[in-house]
Design a protein around this ligand. Structure first.
Ligand code: UGA
Ligand code: MN
Length: 251
């Protein structure tokens, strides 16, 4: 089966660094197709060129998060879900461009996480929905599904444990055929904080059907890392003096 990784991304200082980092991880993954969806009214030159030079098989899409759902600079970062319309557009693309007969697995790979290559070996055998631990998330060293006799029986998580699927986006993969057969399944733009993952998974599987990976969910193969926002104090000072850095040099 081919692995489709869906990555929403948006312009900010660290964007190129993040995309270079994960694209070079993905280069090591066989039978891989990267669906990159820019949160932007246009396909930007930065992302277009990065993809063209990446050496990866890719699809480049864009859709700007609608005004009422867009997080403002002043909003706390948890106020609104991120990357939702972008992921839904990628699901729509798969439904319009892929046949039910194709064997594939879909993974939502945010641009700032850290991925072990071993994760992709685990993902590839997904029949319906596979699950595994995610490191450095939810205020814990890791969150993970709890497994007994090869079945998921609950979750180790501290934050809103009563969510239907208390898992981070990075902790599951879905068979392409399941997504193609359930054409209405999508992320809910209005989902309450923390309920985004559940909003999709609820219409696709039950907990008993989840397929544990990574040694019965005892190995951490993906980390919910987040990059620090770079400080631009000197840049701003220089800009005021008309001595800002050369804008034609891409960062
Ligand atoms: C957590 C989860 O790991 C995300 O999968 C989930 O979408 C998010 O919470 C949420 O609450 O919506 P977090 O690290 O806080 O993630 O979110 P980001 O990494 O900042 O954003 C998730 C993805 O959406 C990234 O790939 C990012 O590039 C993209 N994004 C973010 C946009 O496309 N537009 C934005 O305005 C912000
Ligand atoms: Mn993130």
């Amino acid at each position: 089966p081919i692995i489709y990784a869906i990555t929403p991304t948006y312009a900010r200082l660290v964007q190129k660094a993040e995309l270079v980092r994960i694209s070079q991880t993905f280069l090591h993954v066989k039978n891989f197709h990267w669906i990159v969806v820019e949160d932007s009214p246009v396909k930007t030159q930065l992302v277009s060129e990065l993809l063209a030079q990446s050496g990866l098989r890719f699809t480049h899409l864009h859709t700007e998060t609608s005004k009422e759902h867009k997080r403002k600079e002043s909003d706390p970062n948890w106020l609104k879900p991120r990357g939702v319309e972008q992921r839904n557009l990628a699901l729509q693309w798969l439904r319009e461009n892929r046949e039910l007969s194709e064997e594939g697995v879909v993974y939502f790979a945010d641009d700032d996480n850290t991925y072990s290559l071993r994760l992709f070996d685990e993902i590839r055998s997904t029949k319906r929905v596979s699950v595994w631990p995610v490191g450095l998330v939810g205020g814990l060293r890791f969150e993970r599904p709890l497994v007994e006799k090869g079945r998921v029986v609950g979750f180790y998580t501290a934050w809103k444990p009563n969510r239907p699927f208390p898992m981070d986006m990075a902790g599951f993969a879905i068979a392409l055929q399941l997504l193609l057969a359930n054409r209405e399944a999508r992320f809910d733009l209005l989902a309450e904080r923390g309920y985004l993952e559940s909003s999709l998974l609820q219409s696709l599987v039950s907990i008993e059907e989840l397929e544990p990976r990574a040694d019965n969910c005892t190995k951490v193969l993906v980390w919910h890392t987040r990059s620090e926002k770079p400080k631009m104090k000197q840049e701003e000072l220089l800009q005021k003096q008309g001595l800002g850095s050369d804008p034609s040099i891409e960062v």
